[in-house]
Design a protein around this ligand. Structure first.
Ligand SMILES: Nc1nc2c(ncn2[C@@H]2O[C@H](COP(=O)(O)OP(=O)(O)OP(=O)(O)O)[C@@H](O)[C@H]2O)c(=O)[nH]1
Ligand SMILES: [Mg+2]
Length: 443
């Protein structure tokens, strides 16, 4: 089954609030009309996107890390601008003009770089490397935007023969219902308001069918998500150190297992460090994943110092010529100070080996936590230089809308999404597929 099919099936296994909600909004107050003589359907004109509001919000600029240590952790940002990974271009959909969203400067402002040698200019020149997140090169072509009721989509759905379609005038009432619906779908108030305003732009007073409103919403979501859909960048520097952080149970260990398996399948040599030495079970769990992925897992006794394990793992990864070192960490957010110290120490220690490490700090978020994911990003941005996100458990939750809020608010790259507990249940993030699955739009 295609990934889209899988995502759609799973995302809506539990419930499709948005899909049903949109249908309900249209049928509530809408009127049936004959299909063919198209009344005042929205013109097929390119969807006028309102000029992106200047600077939507002040960027959550990561603070200059006032780490407690006396030896100030300068956090020299390696952040070589990732090689533009060949993200399959959104197959030139006719509808949404490529509105340039002011891409929030995700880069951490170059922390005052003390004595560390300037980064050799080698990093940014990495050729596009093969990624584990290889998508099927054949993109499902989006059906042309016809603006007509069921149109092609309807025909694809076997509804082509329908004689009537229900349309509702887009007015204040309907906009309010839309806003409420998007908020209940975990999109957050700010994002929900912005999205509905954009949808209404140029269409106020016009009549829309459920399918048309879903298409508009899906386009709007795609537009927000496109700039953040970026696979994990691969750098020429090896071992590339990937530090994986996140709260308890968010899916860090599972994600490391899945990623390791994909990287290995892509021909990369991977070493995993079981940096969550807090629980013996965590180490065992990672070993199971390492076995499944066919990747060595470096462990240390329960309660031992994760930083020294990270150092040993770095030594081994270098000695063995590994391409990637993935470091699992504990997620005890309830004791923030400890966690901060632990993460800072891991970073400090691996920088003794490679001042540019870690090259990626992945924050793993659990989609079922809904809006709480926003707080987690804010907190972890303070604890670590989060470079990208992985959203797990998108299967079986109706809270996937939080990804839209995350993209809108933080602009951090979304590298992958988890859609199950199996080793291959990690997929690249595809904005169009995601938007279609979330809104119940049929591809
Ligand atoms: N359905 C589903 N379950 C997932 C996904 N990713 C992880 N899980 C499950 O979530 C649970 C927690 O995953 P872990 O990988 O142990 O999470 P963790 O962040 O390492 O947890 P701690 O080590 O306790 O901090 C496990 O039961 C996983 O199988 C996903 O994408 N979908
Ligand atoms: Mg774990």
């Amino acid at each position: 089954m295609s990934f889209f099919g899988k995502l759609k099936e799973r995302l809506f296994r539990s419930s499709s609030k948005l899909d049903e909600g949109l249908d309900a909004i249209i049928s509530d107050g809408g009127e049936e009309e004959p299909v063919t003589p198209e009344p005042s359907a929205p013109e097929p004109e390119p969807i006028p996107q309102p000029a992106p509001e200047p600077a939507p919000e002040p960027e959550p600029v990561p603070e200059p890390e006032p780490l407690p240590e006396p030896g100030p952790e300068p956090l020299p940002e390696p952040e070589p601008e990732p090689t533009p990974i060949p993200q399959p271009e959104p197959a030139a959909p006719p509808a949404p003009p490529p509105v340039e969203i002011p891409q929030p400067p995700v880069e951490i402002p170059p922390a005052p770089m003390p004595e560390l040698p300037p980064q050799p200019a080698e990093s940014p020149v990495s050729p596009p490397l093969e990624m584990p997140f290889v998508r099927d090169p054949v993109e499902p072509q989006r059906p042309p935007e016809t603006g007509k009721g069921p149109g092609l989509l309807g025909r694809l759905l076997g509804r082509g023969e329908a004689k009537t379609v229900t349309r509702r005038v887009l007015d204040d009432d309907m906009l309010e219902s839309l806003e409420e619906l998007l908020i209940t779908a975990d999109m957050g108030v700010d994002t929900a308001l912005r999205v509905t305003a954009n949808m209404a732009e140029g269409r106020f007073g016009k009549k829309l069918s459920a399918q048309e409103i879903k298409r508009l919403l899906a386009d709007e979501i795609t537009r927000i998500m496109e700039p953040v859909a970026k696979p994990l960048p691969i750098y020429p520097k090896t071992p590339q150190v990937v530090l994986v952080v996140g709260v308890n149970g968010s899916g860090k260990t599972t994600t490391i297992g899945k990623l390791a398996s994909q990287f290995r399948a892509a021909g990369k040599k991977v070493v995993i460090a079981a940096g969550d030495t807090f629980r013996a079970a965590a180490v065992e769990q990672l070993q199971v994943w390492g076995d499944r992925a066919g990747v060595p897992v470096m462990t240390a006794p329960e309660g031992s110092d994760p930083a020294s394990l990270a150092f040993d793992a770095m030594t081994r990864a270098e000695a063995e010529g590994a391409d990637l070192l993935m470091i699992d960490t504990a997620g005890r957010l309830q004791n923030r100070a400890d966690l901060m110290e632990e993460l800072a120490k891991i970073v400090r220690v691996i920088r003794k080996k490679d001042p540019t490490a870690p090259h990626n700090t992945l924050l793993v978020l659990d989609a079922t936590t809904g809006q709480n994911a926003l707080n987690q990003v804010a907190v972890f941005q303070k604890l670590a230089d989060v470079s990208g996100l992985v959203m797990t458990k998108l299967d079986g939750t109706a809270k996937g809308g939080v990804l839209v809020a995350l993209a809108d608010k933080f602009g951090l790259p979304i590298h992958a999404i988890g859609v199950g507990e199996q080793i291959d249940d990690l997929a690249p993030f595809d904005p169009e597929d995601f938007a279609a699955a979330l809104t119940g739009l049929d591809a």
